[in-house]
Write a new protein. Structure first.
Length: 251
């Protein structure tokens, strides 16, 4: 069934984040991959013509950092070629585009990166693919790149690294923040925004929901990982407070 013209089209609605966004943004239309396949440009154009959205949220991605090192073609096909097809379809104008990106676009040498800090070179192939995708998104006249980092509602591993620093948080913490930014996208005056929580080690994050997790080092990972990809979120915190005051006055 077609959604109402002028609504929100969510790409990647079957993923972990997409499922949360569908719940938090109930007016969103999220076609299955059988209908909207980013790797097929004709599929992208057909979906845009069918739903006529005002905003497209691109939350689909190949996100497995370890597999990206060994399955580079598959990672590139989804993260880069898929984003290229979407950007090409939107390059002439029309719908706005919100792209969910990652902290891994930074080199991870110092952390607390601001939105306008230089990006790259990424520590791994996943980060490279998302960095290239960001640049493709910037070809769309009305775009917003949201850099974030999240994992599921629990820590799934028996070990967590003490020497990897991040602003990552659990999905039930991050998803409402992203949903708020998406819902108020017209009021965001920048083309890049960091949405995350405070700087912490992966071990500190893991202990919040798995107290018995073993402390380890990222040298155990078997894949290149950065030292510190924490994000400066002061821009988002200031904007969120302003949006709250505006909502209060409107009420």
């Amino acid at each position: 069934m077609s959604g109402p013209a002028g609504g929100l089209l969510l790409i990647g609605g079957s993923g972990r984040l997409g499922g949360e966004l569908r719940r938090l943004l109930p007016g969103a239309v999220a076609p299955p991959r059988s209908e909207l396949d980013l790797t097929r440009p004709e599929s992208v154009r057909a979906a845009l013509d069918r739903y006529l959205p005002e905003l497209v949220v691109h939350a689909a991605a190949f996100t497995d950092v370890s597999r990206a090192e060994t399955e580079r073609r598959a990672c590139w096909r989804v993260n880069v070629e898929g984003t290229r097809h979407l950007a090409a379809a939107l390059a002439a104008g029309g719908p706005g585009l919100v792209f969910i990106s990652t902290d891994y676009v930074f080199d991870g040498r110092r952390g607390m990166y601001r939105e306008d800090d230089p990006v790259g070179p990424p520590a791994n192939y996943y980060g490279l693919s998302k960095l290239v995708a960001e640049e493709l998104v910037r070809l769309v006249p009305r775009h917003l790149v949201i850099r974030t980092s999240f994992r599921g509602r629990d820590w799934p591993h028996p070990v967590a690294y003490t020497d990897l620093f991040t602003s990552q948080d659990y999905l039930d913490v991050i998803a409402p923040e992203l949903a708020l930014a998406i819902a108020r996208w017209r009021e965001i005056p920048w083309d890049t925004l960091h949405v995350a929580t405070e700087r912490k080690s992966a071990y500190e994050l893991a202990r919040r929901r798995r107290p018995g997790v073993r402390a380890g080092s990222k040298r155990e990972a078997g894949v290149p990982l950065p030292d510190d990809v924490s994000l400066d979120t002061s821009r988002w915190q200031t904007l969120k407070a302003l949006l709250g005051r505006c909502a209060g006055r409107a009420g």
